[in-house]
Write a protein that binds this ligand. Structure first.
Ligand code: L14
Length: 229
């Protein structure tokens, strides 16, 4: 299903063409087992409860439901057991949190993580087509600023999403809150999220402090046995 704008267009999946239907309040009248939502917060806020009320399980990629106490926030390799208490909506974390949790899990299980400092290097694809355009045009010397408050070509911008009252950006606070929810722990977290002039693929560095001492060899061994690594 799609927005009004894309309705009628076709998409190919496993060699078959499908016509996009506009998402409406009646879309879930027919039986649908699982719906993957990735259309932004306001669409999820409105339509996920409608889908859930019709017995459909929603896996939501937006930030709308992640911190709702009635919604599990799940990374399959890390806390699959949280799926059990879902009431129709299951959230997945922010792109920078999700990829951090997978290597942190085996270290946490064995050595106990008590503090995390994240530094992210986030590609323009995270801002959608507007971000990609800003970079591509900027590389041609045309510094348009549609997606960002400054030219992204040749610059690193420590400003993703909006600034919050405490001085951290919303993106940084997502990493703080989501990490603690997924780990079921009051681990100390600080994040610095930076937009970099790369087209695709978010990267990050993760500095952690553990409860128990861990050597480089032991950390490597934990990673080697980690789920999904
Ligand atoms: O919270 O790189 O899902 O701008 C989606 C866009 C996270 C940041 C989310 C980006 C956001 C991402």
């Amino acid at each position: 299903m799609s927005s009004y704008r894309s309705a009628g267009k076709t998409v190919k999946f496993k060699g078959q063409e499908y016509v996009l239907e506009e998402l409406t309040e009646n879309s879930f009248d027919k039986p649908i087992d699982i719906a993957l939502f990735s259309a932004g917060g306001s669409t999820s806020e409105k339509f996920a409860p409608i889908a859930a009320a019709h017995g459909c399980i929603v896996v939501d990629n937006s930030s709308a439901w992640r911190m709702n106490p009635e919604v599990p926030l799940v990374v399959p390799e890390v806390n699959p057991y949280d799926i059990d208490w879902n009431r129709g909506i299951i959230a997945n974390p922010n792109c920078s949190t999700i990829q951090a949790m997978v290597p942190m899990k085996p270290l946490h299980d064995k050595y106990g993580i008590k503090r995390v400092v994240y530094s992210t290097y986030q590609a323009v694809s995270g801002s959608g087509i507007k971000g990609i355009k800003d970079l591509e045009e900027g590389l041609k010397g045309n510094d348009i600023m549609v997606a960002y408050p400054h030219p992204i070509a040749g610059n690193c911008l420590p400003h993703i999403d909006v600034f919050t009252d405490n001085g951290y950006t919303k993106e940084e606070m997502k990493m703080y809150n989501e990490t603690r929810k997924i780990m079921h722990s009051d681990v100390q977290v600080s994040a610095t999220c930076v937009r970099v002039p790369a087209l695709r693929s978010h990267s990050e560095s993760i500095w952690i402090e553990t409860e128990r001492p861990v050597s480089v060899e032991e950390a490597r061994e934990a990673f080697a046995n980690g789920e999904g690594l």
